[in-house]
Design a protein. Structure first.
Ligand SMILES: NC(=O)c1ccc[n+]([C@@H]2O[C@H](COP(=O)([O-])OP(=O)(O)OC[C@H]3O[C@@H](n4cnc5c(N)ncnc54)[C@H](OP(=O)(O)O)[C@@H]3O)[C@@H](O)[C@H]2O)c1
Length: 145
């Protein structure tokens, strides 16, 4: 399979790319920082990984990299614990997830051939918190940011 991964240089993404590579899949790493991604996934070791520059919060030529992929995994998002949650930073937390997802969905719709699956991770705080309840994608939004 060929899988495009955003947020591939992060905590979850790095392990995912390693595992996909070990299992023999081709991986397209979409990143804001090509140098950093190439250091993380050196081509001598990660022979099936292609690093592509992208602008997650803006449409662009990068969207063409989705064509021919079987799946897309979106793990991109401004870290939630690095800065005080000012109104501006909260907007960045939202935009870096929502706009990125919108542009990926746009790219999937334009792709030929199209990927058949999008796996999208985001901040689970969306659902609120509970010591007893379980949440899944059908759960309503919680009352917190
Ligand atoms: N780790 C957890 O326990 C956990 C739990 C629940 C939910 N999640 C969610 O799962 C996703 C991945 O988690 P993670 O822990 O792997 O995150 P992470 O280590 O912070 O990595 C996120 C990646 O997103 C990209 N990114 C950072 N800031 C961005 C911005 N402003 N705009 C667009 N892209 C940006 C970066 O990739 P590039 O620099 O290569 O572009 C970065 O490597 C996040 O949405 C996170 O909220 C994580």
């Amino acid at each position: 399979m060929k899988v495009a991964v955003t947020g591939a240089t992060g905590f979850v993404g790095s392990r995912l790319v390693e595992q996909l590579h070990i299992e023999g899949h081709d991986v397209v790493v979409l990143t804001r920082n090509v140098n950093q991604a190439q250091q993380r996934f050196p081509s001598q070791v990660f022979t099936r990984v292609t690093v592509v520059a992208y602008t997650p919060m803006a449409a662009g030529e990068w969207q063409g990299a989705i064509s021919g992929c079987d799946g897309v995994v979106n793990l991109a998002g401004e870290p939630i614990a690095e800065h005080r949650w000012t109104p501006e930073h909260k907007q960045l937390l939202l935009d870096s997830r929502i706009l990125t997802t919108q542009h990926l969905v746009e790219a999937i719709n334009q792709a030929n051939p199209k990927p058949s699956v999008l796996v999208n991770a985001s901040a689970i705080g969306f659902y609120g918190t509970s010591e007893t309840a379980s949440f899944d994608e059908t759960s309503p939004a919680g009352g917190i940011f």
